[in-house]
Design a protein around this ligand. Structure first.
Ligand SMILES: CC(C)(COP(=O)(O)OP(=O)(O)OC[C@H]1O[C@@H](n2cnc3c(N)ncnc32)[C@H](O)[C@@H]1OP(=O)(O)O)[C@@H](O)C(=O)NCCC(=O)NCCS
Length: 154
């Protein structure tokens, strides 16, 4: 991977045919991976932004966002392990925030495991602020969640 490959990076609305690749990334990157049924349910909903980033039609990352106007909430975000730390997560998040801004969304919320320093660093880099902790939020290991919020510039 190099900067040349990244020039081929495209953001696309996720559809069912992307799910096989998404689930393969999901099981490699998430502690409690979503099932195929959960992803399908998300894709059916009208109040979701479901964005995949692709290089030459290969899914290298994805983000699911709930729209509850005037707020939004990042539900999940992952980048394929071979494509991490190349700026793709930042680009995907910036793209999502820009899409939210276009439809008048004013705030974006998310929760992230308190131990996930890489993700917290990414969110802080993009302007998200830590607002509070939800204790024992994650059911797999009772880890707490850091709740974060971004005020989106109209
Ligand atoms: C969190 C995640 C989405 C970041 O995506 P990414 O494409 O790797 O992120 P970027 O390349 O844009 O980097 C964002 C910042 O994270 C840091 N970072 C990313 N990968 C890193 C690594 N392996 N080690 C150390 N720092 C890392 C970088 O320092 C970077 O900031 P900087 O380049 O300005 O210093 C990705 O690591 C991932 O999919 N993780 C597993 C799933 C997850 O934790 N999702 C988020 C919570 S649901």
């Amino acid at each position: 991977m190099n900067a040349n490959h990244l020039s081929h990076l495209l953001f696309k609305t996720t559809n069912e045919s992307d799910l096989e690749q998404i689930i393969s990334i999901e099981v490699q990157t998430q502690k409690s991976p979503w099932s195929r049924a959960q992803f399908l349910e998300e894709l059916k909903r009208k109040d979701r932004l479901c964005i995949s980033c692709k290089i030459n039609s290969i899914v290298v990352g994805y983000l699911f966002c709930r729209i509850v106007s005037p707020d939004s909430e990042i539900l999940t975000l992952s980048i394929h392990p071979n494509y991490q730390n190349l700026g793709i997560g930042s680009k995907l998040l910036k793209h999502t925030i820009s899409e939210c801004s276009k439809i008048g969304i004013l705030k974006c919320f998310l929760d992230v495991r308190v131990s996930n320093n890489i993700a917290i660093g990414l969110y802080e880099k993009l302007g998200f602020k830590k607002i509070h902790i939800r204790k024992n939020f994650y059911t797999d290991n009772l880890e707490s969640a850091q709740v974060m919020m971004l005020e989106i510039q109209p």
